[in-house]
Write a protein that binds this ligand. Structure first.
Ligand SMILES: Cc1ncc(COP(=O)(O)O)c(C=O)c1O
Length: 380
């Protein structure tokens, strides 16, 4: 029987509400890294075939998380920015093409599309904050010039979650590709690429998947995989990576074609363990537990004078982020004071951003809420 608090032995004084930034590892991930380090020290890569097995299992865990049909659709890449760049640099653009995205999205999900300007591709930026119907605002921009819709599933600053079904349907009916930066949702809420088709899904493991930085999943719809021009090259991306002889070669038929060289085996061991734990609990249960925690925080902060929650209360409109503004207090000022008191959180886009995860205990949420209220009073 899994005893959750044992898996998250965080400092007693710490209120960790920053999973939307970088998450603490569960004990199983820390132990996997320790074991891997010891094995490297004592036996080197003697058991490399077993490491490859772990890497294959990780692909399958990621496949399950996305409900993709095959591990062949999953590449392990460096980070979200790299995956987005594979898409931006790999699609065959024509002068005059348009990409639709979100005006104040996370920088990675803007700069890659802006980088296409020299190829005559326009990045159409939609202010999704200016409307109660962000999906309509995005869909309204679709025209015969639109090739791709590039969005974050959950906004990194406001915590607003988009209706993927609506966006996916609109893309499908207009022949527009859909690219999801899912780093703020994967591991927190469910995503099903069969029910809600997307062409590309990218997410680094260090937020809601509770893994280390520097290892991301890159899902590519098999129908488009071979149309994406390859932009990085190396031995590992070949159909037969074990053939070291010179001569002709072909890229892997699977998404491994996007993995140029040696894998991040250390990160693979850690993320494998973290996702193993999450799989034991189940995505539906994780989503429910996280929802409960967000609701608890929301309720406990509701009475704070002049506090405006930016993240909608509707569960279909949010995931693990709760963002707020407190009248008369700069979010940076509040954030600094909270960090001094070891309430680990963030200030993003003028909002104070709290992001618990499913395992965060009520005790921690209550203490964080008390400290937040106290700090607000002190500043006032
Ligand atoms: C929406 C979004 N995309 C991307 C990233 C980070 O990208 P990378 O994995 O390249 O570091 C973040 C990090 O905060 C984010 O919130």
């Amino acid at each position: 029987m899994l005893y959750l608090p044992a898996e998250f032995p965080q400092d007693n004084e710490l209120c960790y509400l920053n999973h939307a930034a970088v998450s603490p590892w569960p004990k199983c991930a820390a132990e996997a890294v320790q074991r891997f380090a010891f094995e490297n020290m004592t036996c080197g890569a003697e058991k490399y075939p077993q490491w490859m097995q772990i890497s294959q299992e990780l692909r399958d865990r990621l496949r399950c998380l996305l409900n993709a049909t095959s591990v062949d659709d999953i590449a392990l890449v460096k980070n979200t920015s790299e995956g987005l760049s594979f898409v931006a640099q790999g699609l065959p653009w024509k002068h005059g093409d348009q990409v639709i995205g979100i005006a104040d999205d996370f920088p990675s999900n803007r700069v890659v599309w802006e980088s296409l300007e020299s190829q005559g591709v326009e990045f159409v930026q939609v202010d999704t904050n200016a409307t109660d119907d962000p999906e309509a605002a995005l869909i309204d921009q679709i025209s015969e010039k639109t090739r791709l819709l590039a969005i974050s599933t959950v906004h990194f600053a406001t915590g607003v979650r988009l209706d993927l079904q609506r966006l996916s349907d609109a893309c499908q009916s207009s022949g527009v590709l859909l690219c999801l930066d899912a780093i703020q949702s994967l591991g927190a809420i469910r995503l099903d690429v069969q029910a809600t088709p997307a062409d590309f899904v990218i997410a680094d493991g260090h937020k809601w998947m509770l893994g280390p930085e520097g290892l991301a999943v890159f899902y590519v719809n098999p129908n488009i995989r071979e149309k994406l021009k390859l932009t990085q090259f190396g031995w590992a991306m070949r159909q037969d990576p074990g053939d070291y002889s010179p001569g002709p070669w072909e890229p892997a038929h699977s998404a491994k074609r996007f993995e140029a060289g040696s894998p991040n085996m250390l990160g693979i061991h850690a993320l494998h363990a973290s996702l193993g734990l999450q799989q034991q609990i189940g995505s539906e249960e994780i989503e429910k537990m996280l929802r409960k925690n967000i609701d608890l925080l929301r309720t406990s902060l509701n009475s704070v004078e002049d506090l405006k929650l930016r993240t909608p209360s509707d569960s279909s409109r949010s995931a693990g982020i709760l963002s707020m503004r407190v009248g008369g207090i700069e979010s940076d000022v509040l954030w600094k004071r909270l960090m001094e008191k070891r309430v680990i959180c963030a200030s993003r886009g003028g909002f104070l951003r709290l992001s618990p995860h499913f395992y965060t205990r009520k005790q921690v949420l209550d203490r964080a809420s008390e400290i937040i209220q106290q700090v607000i009073q002190d500043i006032r």
